[in-house]
Design a protein around this ligand. Structure first.
Ligand SMILES: Cc1cc2nc3c(=O)[nH]c(=O)nc-3n(C[C@H](O)[C@H](O)[C@H](O)COP(=O)(O)O)c2cc1C
Length: 198
């Protein structure tokens, strides 16, 4: 089967990419609303695209009413975001934080997700995070309907309990949570809001 990309629908394209490029790690992104509240949202169209400088891309689609997602609005306004790599223990909170709430309504407050400040100049992270990247906006790529933000990590947080001087952490100490991660006998499946349009 060959599917023509141009004549396929956005949902078909989304499903093909989403179901074939797996597993994808999840960026759990914290940003700050103009009212000071903290926005949290997971993104799986996320990748490190450069090492020097350390830059991540985040593909941010639109809300169901076609407006920009809060994460995009906050990043373009405040120019900052913190990306957390979440732990298994965060799964429920991560899933809750993908709910579509009104602008200026914090998922952290709404779902009782406790936060901690790693660096005072950057949005706080959910408590218990072991790896986070404090980022500044590097660029915005306007790619058709979706917008990809490029975020440059200005500092790296590695919790003392997993940090080693040679930086060769053992993978089992890092949260292995992704869009679909399968380990023998278990499967973690995170339902993405976009798939609910089926
Ligand atoms: C596992 C998972 C992965 C997601 N990945 C993306 C993504 O890559 N891009 C996107 O636009 N939305 C993605 N979403 C949906 C957003 O998290 C959701 O639209 C959220 O409400 C956006 O919040 P915001 O408006 O506060 O930015 C994902 C949701 C889940 C549960």
């Amino acid at each position: 089967m060959i599917i023509d990309a141009h004549s396929s629908t956005p949902l078909q394209r989304y499903k093909i990419l989403s179901n074939t490029i797996t597993p994808r790690p999840i960026a759990w992104v914290s940003t700050i609303f103009p009212n000071g509240g903290i926005n949290l949202a997971p993104f799986s169209f996320f990748a490190p695209i450069s090492v020097n400088p350390p830059i991540f891309s985040l593909c941010i689609m639109q809300k169901s009413d076609g407006s920009q997602k809060d994460t995009f609005r906050n990043i373009t306004q405040s120019k900052r975001a913190t990306i957390s790599m979440c732990e298994l223990s965060h799964l429920e909170a991560l899933q809750n934080s993908s709910n579509e709430l009104d602008f200026n309504v914090s998922e952290a407050s709404e779902f009782g997700i406790s936060l901690e400040i790693i660096e005072s100049n950057y949005p706080p992270v959910p408590q218990g995070i072991k790896v986070a990247f404090m980022c500044e906006l590097y660029d915005v790529l306007e790619l058709g309907d979706s917008k990809s933000v490029l975020l440059e990590a200005k500092s790296f947080y590695i919790a003392d309990e997993i940090y080693t001087q040679d930086l060769n952490f053992l993978p089992q100490f890092i949260g292995r949570v992704g869009r679909i991660y399968k380990s023998p006998g278990s499967q973690i499946f995170l339902q993405n809001n976009h798939e609910k349009k089926d």
